[in-house]
Design a protein around this ligand. Sequence first.
Ligand SMILES: *Cc1c(COP(=O)(O)O)cnc(C)c1O
Length: 393
Amino acid sequence: MNCMSDESQKAFVDHVRGVFGEGFIPLHRPVFEGNERQYLVDCIDSNFVSSVGAKVTEFEQQVATFTGARFAIATVNGTAALHVALQLAGVGRGDEVISQALTFIATCNALSYAGAHPVFVDVDRDTMGMSPVALRAFLTANAEIRDGAAWNKATGRRIAACVPMHTFGLPCRIEEIAAICLEWGVALVEDAAESLGSYVGARHTGTFGQFGTLSFNGNKIITTGGGGMIITNDEVLAKRAKHITTTAKIPHPYEFVHDEVGYNYRLPNLNAALGCAQMERLPWMLDVKRDVAERYRAFFASVGIPFAAPVAGCVGNHWLNAIVLADKSERDAFLAYTNERGVMTRPIWRLMTELEMFKHCQHDGLPNSRWLEERVVNVPSSVPEHAFKAANG
Ligand SMILES: *Cc1c(COP(=O)(O)O)cnc(C)c1O
């Protein structure tokens, strides 16, 4: 049965128009209403537009301060940040990494660049992120500890790391996951690409393991055009991260000496300039987005549709709001109805295990991931135009 009435669909479009206005309503669009233009011009005037410049350091410091991480290392995008974080967490060719099948492709691409074989455990329905219960069950059933490391008994491979992801800015149960990783000798790297501004208790997501990684792609909560960040509390790892993301060059006034194979993964100063201006506006954006989410919560409650919210003790950034529809046919009807009317909505990702490259990877059956895959839809979540007009007087 189709539980979502035509009336509810129409009421949804009216609600979105009430919040965001007329015309095409995208899922998420960037806001450049602060010092973006000024900092870009400063950057061009200074001639430092590329791989060297003060804005990179300034942006890194802003992100470190905001997240409470001791160190932040800017990278060219979030995928590169995750690639390097995995390598520095000790993931090598032929290792296994446990992740979630319900994620954006970048997570698994980075795992692959690091030479790892992904294995997938299920997510929780409420957080849409890795389930600690599923993680423990997988390790208990499939792994043994030898010499302080976890080994997959079936494949004979070392399980080097675990990469949970905070879906749409909803924090996953990262404290439980961190405890399990510690118990099993598995490095924890958080894909926090979607969760800048999301907290578990008072602690920012991405700061629970060896590394967290962020993304500043154009559709993320703040953007640098393209960009990413590695965050860590470990000074030695932070230095290593800076070194190998900047071609592993030994500082010298004129000689080119590189002491290992590094990457050209540094963030250009131009992009960092955008990032500095965006960071200044982040607290305000988070406030406005909380308000947009609150209005959605009230609306969806009134029509009886489950609206995704952070679990108790967590604060979300409301990057992308999401609803959980009754079944696939209701979802498809909703997607068609809204997109035909200029209100962009989008289903959650296909599971990684359905993609050609990852369909042979080991997994635990993924019941919740499959359930969510058929039902979750993202709804428009930008900062509304009237909000930044008001903010700019
Ligand atoms: C955006 C994103 C990334 C990183 O993406 P880039 O486009 O490379 O910055 C990684 N993981 C997830 C889950 C993401 O949503």
